[in-house]
Design a binder for this molecule. Structure first.
Ligand SMILES: C[S@@+](CC[C@H](N)C(=O)[O-])C[C@H]1O[C@@H](n2cnc3c(N)ncnc32)[C@H](O)[C@@H]1O
Length: 265
């Protein structure tokens, strides 16, 4: 698995990494509501359920889920992401989410949180010991655990290879997670579907600045990014205001299992 450079970015504490990106992440996610709706439609929810969202971020899933269930607990180490979650809750008049500003690995079951009916973790499997994290998610759920991640190449459409001249596979590719679960005696269900992610920019300069920040690219790589973006960005609409959009395709994966039904590892 080749994830060296991206991992280096993640050596920065998760909280700092996401604090810096919170506003941009929040903005881009509000441009992609359909993606969230598609994800939520796959989760079995009921009005009496309690849901635990591990790495809830800005509440992209926690907020719409809270409207369908009794309550949601949102755990996230980034204050910046949680600040967006609180703003989004207010804007959407959602009051049944409690948040905990902690890393999942530092969260103690029975002390910080109780068991919930459903546990979800969406694009947040960045824990250094993923098996430990999965064991705790399984223990924290009374009914079902749902994990969302990618299958195959992540959403950069080859940008990584162009910049670093090396192939990159994500450590959170569904296949690794399924293997770890299998070792734990959990034979999880998997669903994979095509996903499209669209992002709008005022122009090429804004796209370069924002993506440079997202990928944490060193300045000497900016030219490669600019060249790549100038080829793939498309005009947003017919008027001549210079607005551009970036459309990226990827494969999304949902891994899910019912808890307390698997064999002892
Ligand atoms: C890509 S965002 C996804 C947010 C949200 N789940 C979603 O799907 O929109 C990743 C989130 O995982 C959180 N995260 C990173 N490491 C974590 C950890 N060790 N424990 C809990 N959350 C973590 C980050 O702070 C960030 O908010």
């Amino acid at each position: 698995m080749n994830c060296g450079r991206w991992r280096r970015t993640l050596d920065e504490p998760a909280a700092n990494f996401w604090d810096k990106r919170a506003k941009q992440f929040n903005e881009s996610m509000t441009q992609n509501r359909e993606r969230s709706e598609k994800q939520i439609a796959k989760i079995e929810l009921a009005p009496e359920y309690t849901v635990l969202d591990v790495g809830a971020g800005t509440g992209r899933l926690a907020i719409p889920i809270a409207k369908c269930v009794k309550s949601v607990t949102a755990i996230d180490p980034s204050r910046g992401m949680l600040a967006c979650l609180k703003e989004n809750m207010e804007r959407e008049s959602v009051e049944n989410i409690t948040h905990l500003n902690k890393k999942w690995e530092d969260t103690e079951l029975g002390v910080d949180i109780e068991q919930h009916d459903v546990v979800i973790a969406s694009h947040s499997l960045a824990m250094p010991d993923i098996q430990d994290a999965l064991v705790k998610m399984d223990a924290a759920s009374k009914k079902c655990v749902y994990l969302f991640t990618f299958a195959g190449r992540w959403m950069d459409g080859g940008l990584w290879e162009k910049i670093y001249d090396e192939k990159r596979s994500s450590w959170s590719d569904y296949i690794y997670i399924c293997n770890i679960l299998h070792d734990m005696g959990i034979y999880a269900n998997v669903e994979i579907w095509d996903s499209e992610f669209e992002q709008h920019y005022a122009g090429l300069d804004e796209a370069v600045t924002k993506l440079k920040e997202t990928y944490d690219l060193p300045s000497e790589k900016e030219g490669i990014l600019r060249g790549y973006l100038s080829k793939i960005l498309v005009d947003d609409d017919d008027d001549d205001d210079g607005a551009l959009s970036l459309k990226r395709k990827s494969k999304s994966a949902m891994i899910w299992w019912q808890t307390n039904t698997h064999e002892e590892a």
